[in-house]
Design a protein around this ligand. Structure first.
Ligand SMILES: Cc1cc2nc3c(=O)[nH]c(=O)nc-3n(C[C@H](O)[C@H](O)[C@H](O)COP(=O)(O)OP(=O)(O)OC[C@H]3O[C@@H](n4cnc5c(N)ncnc54)[C@H](O)[C@@H]3O)c2cc1C
Length: 397
């Protein structure tokens, strides 16, 4: 005999940032909520986030910090459940936190504090979380009920919330389920790609820069009309660091990026002045005052780096300044979903209500968090989107 389907007022697929926030809010409204996840633990990405300290939000949040084919879509949710609302929740739990550069807020102790807070809130309102649960199929019956077949039986609900995240870090249980459900129900899905991800380099460049592995430099990195002022990090595979991760979300294959290794410095002026006062000083000795030593010959070549300033004409000095402050690099590609922090693209925002996250076409079907075509910058913006979109759906499901 086949077991009877289990009923829930709200069924949420994905027990992580967006799904748990939605579950808490729906539970507070007295809804009977069940959350399914195929992972063996909830919130795996929360635990690994921010180097284990979870950069849970940012003090400075606006739609400008997000990438989407509909840049206005995120405004409503972000203004209804703000970073201050989430901070208030964190403070209620007396979770110690601190602010780092550019308004990024991190736990003092561990990302576990954030997950424990969400799970405690879920418990208060009797949210049921089923782990190790594989979703096999989803159907909408003629009576408007969603039937979700899983490895743990069939679940029926009038409100189905997809909070299954993107494709980044398959090892952490990422899957394309959300995109497949959207396509099954005729919703448009924008092509996906890896975001906030390190660059790999062309073989020649990789070899030339290999010895720089481990060096970090404060830079301005730009592509097209966008630029970021943060560190870049040379790695044995290519380029990483916050400025590179940020620019990777805007980069298209085949494009070049421009790196200013000495932002805010009049390098040409400095070189010319020192040429007059210290003609015998070697270029590499002077530049070592403002740049890591190993970087200088790698960018300029050993022969140039070894020259005394008096051997450099004004035209050559201008060229050297440009090489360091307008260094053009063509990445070979990115490290892909294996190491990406986020997935760009996803469920077309125009398919959803910006107030409730409900599908405009399919009543009772909701998409929240990273599966939606809203991708934040590095700095706590992605979690804030998960909290805000999850909170909005939680008010109505
Ligand atoms: C290494 C790393 C560090 C990060 N650090 C930060 C940070 O410090 N700050 C920040 O703002 N953002 C950070 N991010 C991004 C952030 O983790 C995500 O944007 C956020 O977790 C998205 O939340 P979500 O709930 O939408 O999806 P997820 O957190 O990805 O959760 C999706 C859930 O759905 C489940 N699931 C997936 N497929 C299925 C399926 N088929 N059946 C059942 N369940 C399924 C998964 O197991 C998972 O539990 C980081 C990401 C990574 C990878």
């Amino acid at each position: 005999m086949t077991p009877k389907p289990v009923n829930a007022d709200v069924l949420i697929i994905g027990a992580s940032a967006a799904g748990l926030m939605c579950a808490i809010e729906a539970g507070k409204r007295g809804r009977q909520v069940m959350v399914l996840d195929h992972a063996n633990k909830p919130g795996k990405k929360i635990l690994m986030s921010g180097g284990g300290r979870c950069n849970f939000t940012n003090t400075d949040i606006s739609a400008d910090n997000y990438i989407s084919h509909n840049p206005h879509f995120c405004k409503s949710a972000l203004s209804r459940f703000t970073q201050w609302d989430f901070i208030a929740m964190v403070n209620e739990y007396r979770t110690p936190w601190h602010e780092r550069d550019l308004g990024k807020l991190f736990c003092d102790n561990s990302a576990r504090d954030i997950l424990d807070m969400l799970l405690a809130e879920c418990k208060k309102v009797d949210v049921v979380i089923r782990l190790d649960c594989e979703v096999e199929n989803i159907e909408k019956t003629a009576s408007g009920v969603f039937e979700t077949g899983t490895s743990q039986g069939t679940f029926q609900t009038a409100s189905l919330v997809i909070a299954s995240g993107g494709l980044s870090i398959p090892k952490m249980c990422a899957s394309p389920l959300g995109y497949k459900v959207a396509e099954q129900f005729g919703l448009r899905v924008w092509p996906t790609s890896a975001g906030l991800v390190p660059f790999t380099l062309q073989p020649q460049e990789k070899e030339r820069l290999a010895e720089l592995s481990g060096i970090a430099v404060a830079c301005t990195v730009s592509t097209g009309h966008i630029q970021f002022n943060e560190n870049i990090l040379f790695t044995h595979r290519g380029l990483s660091g916050p400025a590179i991760l940020q620019i990777s979300s805007y980069w298209k294959p085949g494009e070049a990026i421009t790196i200013d290794l000495l932002p805010d410095l009049d390098l040409e002026g400095l070189l010319k002045t020192r040429r007059a006062t210290q003609p015998n000083i070697k270029l590499k000795t002077l530049l070592a005052e403002v740049l890591p030593k190993r970087l200088i010959p790698a960018v300029l070549g050993q022969e140039t780096a070894d020259k005394p300033l008096q051997a450099l004409s004004h035209a050559r000095i201008r060229k050297i300044a440009r090489q360091l402050q307008h260094w053009i690099l063509k990445p070979n590609g990115t490290e892909g979903y294996r190491t990406a922090e986020v997935t760009l693209g996803g469920i077309d925002c125009n398919e959803l209500s910006s107030k409730t996250m409900e599908s405009e076409k399919v009543a009772g079907l909701y998409f929240i968090g990273e599966v939606v075509d809203v991708t934040g910058w590095l700095g706590g913006y992605n979690f804030q989107w998960a909290w805000s979109s999850g909170w909005c759906a939680g008010q109505v499901v």
